[in-house]
Design a protein around this ligand. Structure first.
Ligand code: AVI
Length: 318
């Protein structure tokens, strides 16, 4: 039998110079900020995997439990046999656990971390030798357009893990619109972390083992490589807080002492206590997210949650 091999499409990243300019502008602004996509270098991807196994971080487990409990119902709502487009595929494990339920005709794994999905897809293809697979290395955190050369529609756009929470709400609406256009009259399956008591929210982003702190501080090592600068992670403390008005967890790095960082022809002095803002993670209410889906042009929305309503899985059609 002819063995299938995963195909790969590398969508050229923004020109390195633009990338560096964006990073430099963020570091030079007051307060300083770095986009959360810089959390995901190969080590960052592994640290995030470790976060999902922490007792304090329930989102990933709860989403898996919802999908396991309501899988048949969800598959009926979405339809079977579509092209499954896995957005932010990572190790591809979540989508793979749905293959038998959704019976996709083609699996498309999309992620910014090219090496990470390449490895994961090679291993997955061995376990599913008859399912055509394509890996797309793409940064969809800005404008989201899939490259040509992918199978036609309809497509099931799968965006699990509440990664939508890392977008500002207006950006989330735009992303959901773009996902609808690119579903080619298909469907959407998306996981959303919900508002919950602070006593659960804060430890999820500031765990006792310090894995989230390592994940946050590792961003500095990634920035060092991207910009050629000289951050020392030991100079920075991890900070997680909740902005109730904006309904979002914020992650920051706080300078433990005065720090001078140099790169190319620039430098930035951080005073002790100054912050670099590295991530927002928005927490939604069910009706709020449902409204966002409709504003983005999705209809026939349905939603499943756990008993505590800590997490929601939404299905929608065009
Ligand atoms: C990927 N994303 C949904 C995670 C979140 O919960 O916002 C990233 C994360 N940051 C800290 N812990 C996990």
């Amino acid at each position: 039998m002819h063995e299938l091999q995963p195909q790969f499409i590398q969508v050229p990243a923004v020109a390195p110079a633009l990338h560096a300019a964006e990073l430099a502008a963020g570091l030079l602004s007051r307060p300083a900020h770095v986009a959360p996509k810089h959390l995901y270098d190969p080590l960052g991807c592994r640290l995030f995997e470790a976060i999902t196994a922490l007792p304090e971080y329930a989102a990933t487990r709860t989403e898996a439990a919802i999908l396991a409990a309501h899988g048949q119902d969800i598959a009926r709502a979405l339809g079977r046999g579509l092209t499954l487009v896995d957005l932010g595929a990572g190790n591809c494990a979540k989508a793979a656990s749905l293959f038998s339920l959704l019976q996709p005709s083609h699996y498309v794994a999309v992620d910014i971390a090219a090496e990470f999905i390449a490895e994961a897809l090679q291993a997955l293809q061995l376990r599913h030798p008859r399912l055509p697979m394509t890996g797309v290395a793409l940064d969809f955190s800005g404008h989201f357009v899939l490259p040509p050369g992918l199978p036609g529609g309809p497509r099931l756009m799968f965006y699990p893990g509440s990664s939508i929470g890392n977008f500002e709400p207006a950006h989330a609406r735009r992303f959901l619109q773009q996902a609808r256009e690119q579903s080619l009259d298909g469907a959407l399956l998306i996981g959303v972390d919900l508002v919950k008591p602070l006593s659960q929210l804060l430890p999820a982003y500031d765990d006792a083992l310090g894995v989230t702190a390592a994940f946050n501080r590792n961003l500095l090592l990634h920035v060092n490589r991207q910009l050629g600068c000289d951050f020392n992670p030991a100079d920075w403390a991890h900070v997680a807080c909740f902005d109730a008005e904006a309904s979002r967890i914020e992650m920051h790095l706080r300078a433990l002492r005065g720090v001078r960082v140099r790169w190319a022809d620039a430098q930035r002095d951080f005073a002790e206590g100054e912050h670099i803002h590295t991530e927002n993670s928005y927490k939604y209410r069910i009706e709020q997210f449902d409204a966002l889906l409709h504003e983005a042009g999705w209809s026939d929305t349905r939603c499943w949650t756990d008993a505590q309503q800590g997490f929601a899985v939404f299905a929608a059609a065009v």
